[in-house]
Design a protein around this ligand. Structure first.
Ligand code: COI
Length: 355
């Protein structure tokens, strides 16, 4: 056990109304911060009041984008118990991402101890209502100050907490998505498979343009502008009459925790889930023939969001009359029931808060 020093707030903030949480608008009273320096190891682990970090203007994160994050959630179950959903999955992905962008990942014990102690300190922030949770944002940044291009020898690890409701303004209703035919989010050999801040920077312009045209999200294609990759904040699933398809992890798609959970649930139900390359032309052709029954996205923030409209090649293609489909409705209920404790967790995903 690391010694985590604690400085708690003297005046806790007022809690936001739980029916107006939206996504990522509020931060809790505290944050967890720990530092690493080459030759020194991890030091200065602390829980302290949420607030600005002191950072050198020469820090590598500010110049060369050495930033990586995770998205995970804690839930309050009906009996008041607090649980995490798959924290080891997120830890392991953070380790893989850190290796790719040359940052130091914290040891598992430090990550878990910081997580549990921080959530315990801010437990009152975890909302009770259905469709709410505490979103958790573990983040790694390169903090060494230098201007030559090389990996930072210093890393800061922090965990932020934010009580959240639905990610989209549409709530759990189908969203409209824009197939991006000009910009790219990622390319083979790049950073697309890890949760680097840079991937999101690359996505902002297309997302802004799509939003202006009335679309909630962008459907990203591969370098040929053909193969479907992901929706940026979600992995994509297409429900055809004879198979359920999600793009295979080809090295530029993020390996989502909810994606993996949904694949496991579908396999347990003996439904024909296939991970393979799928092109936008196949989706549109099969939609046109009436073979595409539903489409949905999966993500920690978005949970399971039905896709009601895909814009492609100057046309809006409507799926399932832009209504919630039976499979995405069932999967949403199943995953959220496991998270909230209403359904037994047969998968080993739920980890109780312990301090
Ligand atoms: C998540 O689902 O955790 C994400 O990271 C998506 C987005 C909010 C960045």
């Amino acid at each position: 056990m690391t010694n985590i020093s604690k400085t708690l707030v003297t005046t806790p903030k007022a809690l936001p109304p739980s029916d107006k949480l939206g996504f990522g608008q509020y931060f809790t009273d505290h944050m967890f911060v720990a530092k690493y320096a080459e030759g020194k190891g991890w030091y200065d682990a602390q829980i302290l009041p949420y607030g600005p970090l002191e950072i050198d203007p020469g820090a590598s994160v500010l110049h060369y984008g050495q930033a990586l994050f995770e998205g995970m959630k804690a839930f309050r179950q009906a009996d008041g118990k607090v649980v995490f959903f798959r924290p080891e999955f997120n830890y392991n992905r953070l380790v893989e991402g850190a290796e790719r962008i040359c940052l130091e990942a914290p040891p598992m014990e430090l990550f878990m101890q910081g997580l549990h102690e921080l959530v315990a300190a801010d437990e009152r922030w975890i909302p009770h209502e259905p469709n709410t949770s505490l979103y958790i944002r573990p983040t790694l940044i390169g903090t060494e100050a230098f201007l030559g291009v090389r990996p930072s020898r210093e890393t800061t690890f922090m965990i932020l907490l934010s009580p959240v409701g639905a990610y989209y303004a549409e709530g759990t209703k189908p969203v409209k998505i824009w197939t991006e035919e000009k910009y790219l989010r990622a390319a083979p050999g790049g950073l697309g498979a890890v949760k680097a801040g840079a991937n999101y920077a690359a996505s902002l312009k297309a997302a802004l343009e799509a939003k202006k045209k009335g679309y909630a999200q962008v459907l990203w294609l591969d370098v040929e502008h053909l193969g479907i990759e992901e929706v940026g904040t979600m992995n994509a699933f297409f429900v055809f009459n004879n198979e359920i398809v999600t793009p295979e992890l080809n090295g530029s798609i993020l390996s989502g925790g909810t994606r993996d959970a949904i694949i496991q649930v579908l396999k347990k139900k003996n439904l024909p889930i296939v991970e393979r390359r799928i092109t936008i032309t196949e989706v549109i052709e099969r939609l046109d023939k009436g073979e595409l029954k539903e489409a949905f996205g999966t993500g920690t923030a978005a949970v399971i969001s039905p896709i009601g409209v895909i814009h492609y090649n100057e046309k809006d293609w409507t799926i399932n009359n832009c209504e919630n489909g039976p499979l995405s409705t069932e999967l949403y209920k199943e995953i959220t029931s496991i998270q909230k404790g209403a359904l037994k967790d047969d998968f080993g995903w739920i980890v109780p808060l312990t301090v």
